[in-house]
Ligand binder design. Structure first.
Ligand code: SF4
Length: 370
């Protein structure tokens, strides 16, 4: 199968692992930014195959994990209004807010629906003119174009009953925030290939220069990841810092210009609260004033209230690379996918859920009593 089996080839994987082992001479800490990459690293047992000098830490690249509590609370509040149909991707329904999740609101009678595309929500608005349809639009640069297109389409159709809760975050400012943190342990990044498919590589060059840190844009299959790690380790060992593109079969230098245009039409950059990571400057996308009629937070009068985080959840430290899921005292006991205490235990891209599902594949070194 073109572009799949060849990227899971065990012989090639062994060659890359051998090359990494020959290249590495000192300890290095590398962060894979994307939760999809974490998923592959754990699922395919790559963490346990890497030489002990290499520590992979897991970044904030799970959109569900970083969605701030106050937006979940807003979504729950709106979902409970009798004339509103609240829609989102499946994982968002299970993330705990201050008091409850959207799934709990649904169990209590709210009209909450799982959709696979925001364009389905636009269709739903057309089919239900007597209802307000709200799409909880979460994600990184990858989902922002489709969510922007849903607003463009609703605008073109003249719909007055469609709006979104925009919860978009941007990867490069988060990487800068991590590198600016005096506590950081990150010495190099594997950057998320699908984000660069949309945005291109240009945003990474200034980060490489400013922080003197290697960044390799990497795909999601085992060979992609091992190749990306090898490229990073070669730079680290030589004392170099460059932006390199391992995922050239997909990522182009300037990205997808049409998708970027859609984002620019609907959204503007803003400071943004990341769950577990505080406010990161210029790291979010808000709906522009011109399209305020499609911004659920402006359209509806949602009372702002104080949000509560679960203080025993160490998700923030995990997403900064300072801790790992198995360091959490709640892992696998008080916190499981069936009753998550924190967002990283919810989504398939959340590092805690990934460790939970593939726990048996982890290195003995990574294991603790659970
Ligand atoms: S195991 Fe649960 S409580 Fe612990 S960090 Fe992960 S999500 Fe939070």
């Amino acid at each position: 199968m073109k572009y799949l089996t060849e990227y899971r080839d065990p012989v090639l994987a062994a060659q890359y692992l051998d090359e990494i082992k020959k290249t590495v001479t000192r300890p290095w800490t590398i962060m894979e930014v994307c939760g999809g990459q974490t998923h592959s690293l754990v699922k395919y047992g790559l963490l346990q195959m890497l030489p002990k000098e290499i520590t992979m830490v897991h970044g904030p690249g799970c959109p569900v994990c970083v969605t701030p509590t106050h937006l979940i609370d807003r979504a729950v509040f709106l979902a409970k209004q009798s004339n509103i149909i609240m829609c989102s991707f499946g994982d968002m329904l299970r993330v705990p807010g201050s008091e409850k999740s959207l799934l709990q609101a649904k169990a209590e009678g709210a009209d909450v629906r799982i959709l696979y595309s925001p364009l389905e929500a636009v269709n739903l608005a057309q089919q239900n003119p007597d209802k307000e349809v709200v799409f909880f639009a979460v994600g990184f640069e990858t989902t922002a174009p489709a969510n922007a297109l849903s607003v463009i389409q609703a605008h073109q159709l003249g719909l007055k009953n469609y709006s979104i809760i925009a919860s978009h975050v941007l990867v490069p400012p988060a990487m800068e925030a991590l590198l600016s943190d005096p506590e950081t342990v990150v010495q190099a990044f594997l950057a998320a290939g699908h984000v660069c498919t949309i945005m291109g590589n240009s945003e990474y060059y200034p980060i490489v220069e400013k922080y003197k840190v290697p960044i390799v844009v990497t795909g999601f299959e085992p060979i992609d990841l091992l190749h990306g790690i090898l490229m990073v380790v070669r730079q680290l060992e030589k004392g170099e810092y460059k932006m390199e593109n391992q995922y050239a079969r997909v990522v182009r230098e300037r990205g997808n210009l049409s998708a970027q245009e859609a984002i620019k039409e609907i959204f503007e950059i803003s400071n943004r609260m990341w769950r577990g990571m505080d406010i990161i400057p210029h790291s979010g996308l808000e709906v522009k004033e011109k399209y305020a009629a499609f911004d659920a937070t402006q359209k509806f009068n949602v009372p702002l209230k104080e949000t509560k985080e679960n203080e025993s959840c160490i998700a923030g430290a995990i997403m900064k690379g300072l801790r790992k899921p198995l360091d959490c005292i709640n892992f696998g006991t008080a916190c499981k996918p069936s009753h998550p205490l924190g967002a990283p235990m919810v989504s398939s891209e959340g590092s805690c859920a990934t460790y939970y599902h593939f726990y048996s594949a982890l290195n003995e070194v990574e294991k603790v009593e659970v």
